[in-house]
Design a protein around this ligand. Structure first.
Ligand code: SF4
Length: 153
C-alpha cells in the first residue's frame, strides 16, 4: 500500500532547481530508499553517472528537462523531501534540509511554518512510527540537516 503524503513544494519550483536527484557519490545517503511496501510497486532506484560530469544522478531523472520519469509514482522519500529522518547514534529525528532552495526562500514564511508544525504532529502518529520501525534504513546520518524533533521509534 502506498504511503499517503502530500508534498508542499510545487512541482514548478523543483523543475527550475538543479539540486535534487543528483549526488556526489554513487553510494550517497541522500539517494532515495524504497519502503518495503514500495519495492513491488516502484522500479528499483539506480544511481548512475551523470552525463558528461563527475557526479551521479538518479536513473529516473531526465537530465534534459529535469523531470522525474516516475513523478506520479515517485517513492515516499522523494515526496517527503526536504524533510527526512536523521539518525544520530541511537536517536532518530525528523529533520529538515536547510540547503533545499525552497526552504531557503520560505523558511520564514507562515505557511511553511504551519506545514512544518503539522508534519511534526503527523510523524509522531503510530502509523508513521511504524513506517520507521519497518524501514529502519529510512533514518540515515545526514550532514548539515536541522533536527526538528526526536522520534520515539
Ligand atoms: S525517483 Fe524521481 S524524484 Fe526521486 S530521486 Fe529519482 S528522479 Fe528524483
Amino acid at each position: 500500500m502506498r504511503v499517503s503524503f502530500k508534498q508542499m513544494i510545487p512541482q514548478e519550483f523543483c523543475l527550475k532547481c538543479r539540486g535534487c536527484c543528483r549526488f556526489s557519490r554513487q553510494d550517497s545517503v541522500w539517494q532515495p530508499h524504497l519502503l518495503e511496501e514500495e519495492k513491488s510497486e516502484v522500479a528499483k532506484i539506480q544511481i548512475v553517472p551523470a552525463p558528461g560530469g563527475n557526479d551521479f544522478i538518479c536513473g529516473n531523472l531526465s537530465s534534459g528537462d529535469n523531470k522525474c520519469k516516475i513523478y506520479a509514482n515517485r517513492p515516499f522519500e522523494c515526496r517527503f523531501y526536504p524533510f527526512l529522518f536523521d539518525r544520530k547514534k541511537k536517536k532518530v529525528f525528523l529533520a529538515l534540509d536547510p540547503n533545499c532552495a525552497f526552504v531557503r526562500e520560505n523558511n520564514k514564511n507562515l505557511e511553511f511554518e504551519e506545514y512544518t508544525r503539522s508534519l511534526i504532529e503527523l510523524v509522531q502518529n503510530k502509523g508513521y512510527l511504524d513506517i520507521l520501525k519497518n524501514n529502519p534504513f529510512l533514518a540515515q546520518e545526514y550532514e548539515g540537516v536541522k533536527d526538528l524533533i526526536e522520534l520515539k521509534v
